[in-house]
Design a protein around this ligand. Structure first.
Ligand SMILES: Cc1cc2nc3c(=O)[nH]c(=O)nc-3n(C[C@H](O)[C@H](O)[C@H](O)COP(=O)(O)OP(=O)(O)OC[C@H]3O[C@@H](n4cnc5c(N)ncnc54)[C@H](O)[C@@H]3O)c2cc1C
Length: 558
């Protein structure tokens, strides 16, 4: 058994947990973060990608709106490479109530969320694909944020301040003494090794799993209601700004440009288990239709991938617990010493990725309220490592980088412009990485072909450079394809069927990956947050192919 020691253990390596470990380490605490999978593999890697301006909440939740507006500026400054400052529009469409625009503007003014009305013509000049019958338009400071980049740069900052980060390590027991929490027991999911960490404090940042982690401490239930949201990525960046519907929040009313694609979302359905999030085809269709309401012709673009995340909503007694849309999106910090008489424990939940830094600040403040020690929070002042001050992400950044080295480096993934050197560098840094771990770091296989060409190349590269033997490389490839399939199955219609058929013939026809000898792979991932079964069998794939050439928008199986 490995034994470690810390002032504070942080459970959960999503945005909240990495924000907390960074904050605690910067205040001088010996902090260890424990995450059962890879960083940002929970909700923070399965969200919509919007860096809120606050506009979404100005009418229903002005406090959240003001927090978003302030944190939007902070995150853009301290983690510029994770943020694209696209700007955003709120659009009153032909079927929407034009008077809501006045309510929106008044709310924005009260919450100090910058918003300005522009003419429909000006909006159409900015975003020519919008419905030309739009009635009113408002400009806001929405942006887009890459959750993985944000979480890793916060983690890098925490490490710089002495924080430790243990990934693929699951907390299985919280040890309590007469004084409260005094340690945790965990298991290394890759090696099975038991780990015991002695600590004086534990901050529970397990997102939709926070209720389960609180149960390990034997406190009164923390009621986290997972609200499942389905999102669909389209193969083109149909808009360059975030486009919101200017109406009371509803399903599918935000379109977010993310890197080279755009994402429509989201639904909001209460679910029992955040480890098992189905992606119902009816919800995918609902999203596509919602996209059509914002951008006529939306459904003729190719739907690339669908995924689901679970909002870690903390139960609000005023709202029926089946109504997750109207549960507060605000943050909840629970001091278990005050609530349950268990010292050394704080749970933080709710909130948004946009406000993660502020949530972390409140959580560490709550710890200091219990312990009576005081150190100022400095997370808003210091830029995270690896970032150039003032240089935000631009969609053209990657092309610029590749143009610089295109003559002396190979491209492994054309869609996402991932080079051989970049991939090998990541493999050196994370020798145990699966292709999915590398995907989260580099976006390998996330573009229009969904890994059809690059995944075999990446597996071949692992083999050719001694990072894996043949059987291990085949295992890496199979796992990657199985995971991609989870998000492909719900969008198999139109042009995506052609792409899937092509990929099928590459992997099964040319490479016969199902029958190559493969080693079982490292590391064991937790159940994926979707349940769409296995990759296509030969029969399923040939059925998809035999559907013949499909016209985009016509459903083979939707
Ligand atoms: C559909 C959807 C769309 C969203 N869109 C946006 C958006 O556009 N903009 C925005 O700002 N916010 C958005 N949000 C909200 C935002 O994504 C979340 O509030 C935020 O990511 C939550 O982060 P977290 O760290 O609290 O939880 P998570 O990211 O879920 O992290 C919790 C972590 O705890 C780990 N864990 C669980 N149990 C254990 C254990 N026993 N031991 C160790 N680790 C454990 C999990 O593996 C997980 O990684 C969206 C949410 C959803 C669901």
């Amino acid at each position: 058994m490995r034994k470690l020691n810390a002032d504070v253990v942080v459970v959960g390596g999503g945005s909240t947990g990495t924000g907390v470990v960074r904050d605690a380490a910067m205040r001088g605490y010996r902090a260890i973060l424990v995450e059962r999978a890879d960083l940002a593999q929970g909700t923070s890697g399965r969200f919509h990608g919007l860096l809120h301006s606050g506009g979404r909440y100005v009418v229903a939740d002005p406090l959240s709106a003001a927090e978003c507006a302030a944190e939007n500026a902070v995150i853009s400054r301290i983690q510029p490479a994770a943020v694209e400052r696209t700007g955003g529009l709120f659009i009153v469409g032909p079927g929407d109530d034009p008077d809501f625009g006045d309510v929106f503007l008044a709310g924005a003014k009260a919450a100090q969320v910058p918003a300005e009305e522009i003419s429909p013509g000006a909006a159409l000049r900015l975003e020519p694909r919008l419905d030309p019958k739009l009635r009113r338009a408002f400009q806001v400071l929405d942006g887009t944020v890459d959750g993985w980049q944000l979480v890793w740069s916060a983690a890098a900052s925490a490490r710089l301040w002495g924080g430790q980060i243990l990934t693929y390590t699951e907390i299985v027991e919280i040890i309590r003494g007469s004084e409260g929490v005094r340690g945790v027991r965990a298991v290394d999911r890759k090696t099975g090794e038991a780990i015991e960490i002695e600590c004086g404090f534990l901050i529970n940042c397990a997102g939709p799993w926070a209720g389960r982690v609180a149960t390990l401490a034997g406190v009164r239930p923390v009621e986290v209601v997972p609200g499942r949201g389905v999102m669909v990525a389209m193969a083109h960046r149909l808009v360059n700004r975030v486009v919101n519907r200017c109406a009371k929040p509803a399903d599918g009313d935000i379109l977010v440009p993310v890197h080279t694609v755009c994402v429509i979302g989201t639904t909001d359905v209460k679910v029992a288990d955040p480890d098992n999030l189905a992606i119902p085809r009816a919800e995918v269709r609902q999203m596509l239709e919602a996209g059509e309401a914002l951008i006529p012709g939306f459904q003729q673009a190719r739907a690339l991938h669908a995924w689901a995340g679970a909002r870690p909503l903390v139960k609000d007694d005023r709202v029926d617990d089946s109504d997750t849309r109207h549960m507060s999106r605000g943050m909840a910090v629970i001091d278990h010493a005050a609530r349950d008489g268990v010292a050394g424990l704080v749970t933080v939940g709710g909130g948004k990725l946009t406000t993660y830094r502020l949530m972390a600040q409140h959580a560490v403040d709550a710890m200091e309220n219990q312990t009576g020690r005081r150190h100022p929070c400095r997370t808003a002042d210091e830029i995270c490592p690896g970032q150039t001050p003032g240089r935000n992400y631009l969609v053209s950044c990657r092309l610029q980088e590749r143009e610089a080295d295109r003559l002396d480096d190979q491209i492994i993934c054309e869609c996402e412009l991932v080079s051989r050197r970049a991939l090998l560098g990541l493999w050196d840094e994370f020798p145990q990485a699966s292709l999915d771990d590398l995907r989260r770091q580099s976006r390998l296989g996330m573009g229009p072909c969904q890994g059809g060409f690059c995944s075999a190349r990446a597996a071949g590269l692992a083999c050719a450079t001694g990072k894996a033997d043949g059987a291990q490389a085949t295992g890496l490839l199979r796992d990657f394809l199985a995971n991609r399939w989870l998000g492909l199955a719900p969008v198999l219609y139109g042009d995506q069927v052609r792409q899937t058929a092509l990929d099928y013939w590459i992997f099964q026809g040319a490479l016969d990956v199902d029958h190559l000898p493969a080693a079982p792979n490292r590391p064991a991932e937790p159940p994926a947050a979707e349940d769409q079964g296995s990759p296509p069998t030969r029969r399923q794939a040939s059925l998809a192919c035999s559907a013949g050439p499909a016209v985009a928008g016509e459903g083979v199986s939707l």
